[in-house]
Design a protein around this ligand. Structure first.
Ligand code: SAJ
Length: 406
């Protein structure tokens, strides 16, 4: 039985650990978060991702997956740690470097090291490789090294981990082939082999593509507002063209991937990545734009001491994840501006920053209904029913769940 040591048990490392242990590998999961390690080994893990907690608890019980605070010898090492942006939107590679250093003493001839974390192009070759070389092993030959970016969509991770195609960038072709065998044990999609830097760039380009497309939709939305047109109608009609497929505008882009990764391209090629940088600006400025839209609407309706009902605070539909949530930013700013703001979200638990209400309490007596997240629970509600409970009739539907049908 091959042994895999996975460094970082976050939203990618943990499901990957579970799936690999299901496929017959002996998995050692390593994380510096002692609470998480303890909870995992006590079969008591909770997770936002649907199905993950149950799967983790079941695999821990099977004894083929144990969680630890530090690495140990293995056949394969996978680095799945976070690469958060710094204050000036550069990739903070501290966790990647620490992970590479932490496995170095345990590396043996013939081992495979995989980096999955999202990183600027060149990181595997220029940063990880020199750290691993300190083990005394020759990279490519004695120690195999690849970059294999994760591609899973939060909210659908367990399915996408298995079904999505994967890219493996090898430091040499032999490393890539070895990694293909490992990923081939659970990936049902195609596996494409390339070099490390191309694979790193492909990952960043995927999320930048999404960001630029959403920025285009958001810009169209702002233009339509200025021309007093319904963006939903305009996009619906434009999308009838056989080669046009505009995504949905919204209150901005959140989460820890699409809102961050494009900056890693800008970091590497600031003079060339103009469109990518502008898209980030467009999407990051959406929360402020929505707040101004609310202010304008309230002023135009001559409402004094407006009560604003905010539906949803998560970064996107169907999750309780609040990271970089544009909806949460909007609620915070409206509160700072002195409005009476009531917010609800059926997916958020243990939130302490401000009180959350039930949907009924949120809309009861409100002047303005501000839809921020297109959770299915909100989509199922009839707008008329909500309006009856309100004092006023202002509606700002940033996700088009009601207004797109007008
Ligand atoms: N959003 C819109 N309009 C849309 C689609 C999304 O405003 O039409 C917003 C969402 O509300 C959210 C943000 O964009 O705030 C990002 O959501 P998302 O569902 O597009 O993506 P993430 O961040 O949850 O996951 C992305 C995925 N990347 C792509 O689809 C290219 C996923 O496959 C990646 O694995 C993940 O980033 C990652 O970890 O990099």
């Amino acid at each position: 039985m091959k042994k895999i040591c996975i460094i970082g048990l976050g939203y990618v490392g943990l499901p990957t650990a579970c799936i690999l242990s299901l496929k017959g590998f002996k998995v050692i999961g390593v994380d510096t978060n002692s609470k998480l390690v303890k909870k995992l080994n006590q079969v008591d893990i909770g997770a936002i991702e649907p199905g993950l907690a149950g799967l983790a608890n079941a695999t821990i019980r099977s004894d083929r997956f144990i969680a630890k605070l530090s690495p140990e010898e293995a056949d394969i090492f996978m680095i799945c740690v976070a690469t958060p942006p710094t204050n000036d939107n550069k990739a903070d590679l501290t966790f990647v470097k620490d992970a590479a250093k932490s496995i170095s003493p345990y590396l043996r001839k013939g081992n495979l090291v995989v980096l999955e974390s999202t990183v600027p192009p060149g990181t595997t070759e220029e940063i990880v490789k020199p750290i691993l070389e300190k083990s005394g092993l020759r990279i490519g030959g004695e120690l195999h090294l690849v970059y294999c970016p994760e591609r899973v969509l939060p909210g659908n991770i367990l399915k996408e981990l298995v079904e999505n195609d994967r890219i493996i960038g090898g430091i040499d072709p032999e490393s890539a082939e070895l990694a293909k065998e490992v990923y081939g044990s659970f990936v049902e999609g195609e596996i494409y082999l390339t070099d490390t830097t191309t694979a790193e760039m492909a990952k960043l380009v995927e999320n930048s593509f999404r960001d630029v497309n959403i920025a285009f939709a958001n810009e169209v939305s702002r233009v339509c507002d200025s021309l007093d047109l319904s963006v939903w109608k305009v996009i619906e009609l434009a999308n009838k063209h056989p080669r046009v497929s505009i995504v949905k505008p919204g209150p901005g882009v959140g989460g820890h991937c699409v809102a961050v990764d494009p900056f890693f391209i800008v970091q590497k090629a600031p003079d060339e990545a103009k469109l990518i940088k502008t898209a980030r600006w467009v999407n990051d400025s959406m929360p402020d734009y929505i707040v101004k839209k609310v202010e304008r609407a309230v002023k135009a309706a001559k409402i004094k001491s407006a009560v604003i009902a905010c539906l949803g605070i998560t970064y996107k539909a169907g999750t309780g994840d609040l990271r970089r949530s544009p909806a949460l930013k909007i609620v915070r700013r409206l509160r700072e501006k002195g409005y009476t703001v009531r917010a609800c979200d059926p997916y958020v638990r243990n939130f302490t920053e401000f009180p959350l209400f039930s949907l009924e309490e949120t809309v009861d007596g409100a002047d303005c209904l501000l839809l921020l997240v297109d959770h299915k629970e909100f989509k199922e509600i009839k707008l008329d029913a909500l309006l009856k409970k309100m004092r006023g009739s202002l509606i700002i539907d940033t996700r088009g769940i009601w207004l797109s049908n007008e």
